[in-house]
Design a binder for this molecule. Structure first.
Ligand SMILES: Nc1ncnc2c1ncn2[C@@H]1O[C@H](COP(=O)(O)OP(=O)(O)OP(=O)(O)O)[C@@H](O)[C@H]1O
Ligand SMILES: [Mg+2]
Length: 253
């Protein structure tokens, strides 16, 4: 799938050279950046791009912040908002467990926007209600990160900051694709891209660094979607079609 354009070539020569990633080998992605760095826009672009390259992908989207960006998916059966994101992750995890028993099906990806805010909220609720929802989510996420690839069960986590505490047992190391958007502190850059030669450049919203396992660190420009209405319409059509083709023994919906 096309992840964006090589920023260096684009800014020097005005030529668009695609940066392509195989979602099969790089199925877990960490997308990070401060508020306003272009995470949601980029996510929208990447969803459309993934559906272009892999039209049968089934996507689960957990939108904890209830943002306007994904409101167009409100009728989609695997779209979860606010506290309903708990159900979203657990349903995805149930499908993942079923695939472990019965073998992989189509490529599936779980997207969680504002992941740390979601976990922090659950932790507070757990304290008040004596529940263990945060623990359920953390262990499901860590299992998917460690074992999802072979089953074609991916995970894209979108976060303002990346902290290893959100990914138990070192499972953060299983992200094969890391994207950092906009202005990035030296500390974050070092943590995300340790050992890499980090360019000394200030990125605008929608620009940043991309590191894919086995490839060099690249500076990338993610395009602003020109016709967002049309782009969203195509996404909703594709997702609705894919989610309605159920495997016969896929279990109750
Ligand atoms: N690829 C892009 N090219 C140019 N400008 C962009 C791009 N992506 C985002 N922007 C600009 O940055 C603004 C913020 O983008 P976006 O809402 O995606 O950020 P965000 O990181 O999701 O913010 P938040 O953390 O507050 O949700 C957009 O309204 C747009 O003006
Ligand atoms: Mg956002």
């Amino acid at each position: 799938m096309r992840c964006g354009y090589d920023l260096e070539v684009l800014s020097k020569f005005g030529v668009k050279v695609s940066v392509n990633i195989d979602p099969g080998t790089h199925c877990h992605a960490l997308i990070t950046g401060s508020s306003g760095s272009g995470k949601s826009q980029t996510l929208l672009y990447l969803i459309g791009s993934l559906l272009r390259s892999d039209p049968e992908t089934v996507i689960f989207l957990c939108d904890f912040k209830n943002s306007n960006d994904f409101g167009f998916l409100s009728s989609y059966k695997y779209y979860y908002q606010g506290i309903d994101c708990y159900r979203g992750v657990m349903e995805y995890y149930a499908h993942f467990n079923q695939a472990r028993k019965e073998g992989a099906w189509e490529r599936c990806i779980l997207l969680i926007d504002e992941y740390p805010a979601f976990i922090t909220y659950l932790e507070a609720m757990d304290k008040a209600d004596k529940t263990h929802q945060a623990k359920d989510i953390l262990s499901a996420i860590s299992e998917i990160l460690m074992m999802g690839r072979g089953l074609k069960f991916g995970l894209w986590v979108i976060t303002q900051r990346s902290d290893s505490a959100w990914f138990p047992s070192g499972s953060r190391d299983n992200f094969m694709l890391t994207i950092a958007l906009g202005r990035l502190s030296r500390e974050q850059a070092k943590m995300l891209f340790s050992g890499e030669d980090i360019p000394d450049r200030i990125y605008k919203p929608g620009q940043g660094l991309l590191l894919a396992d086995g490839q060099a660190l690249r500076e990338v420009a993610f395009p602003m979607i020109r016709d967002a209405r049309d782009w969203k319409r195509h996404i909703l059509l594709a997702l609705s079609r894919n989610s309605s083709i159920s495997k016969p023994d896929w279990g109750p919906d």
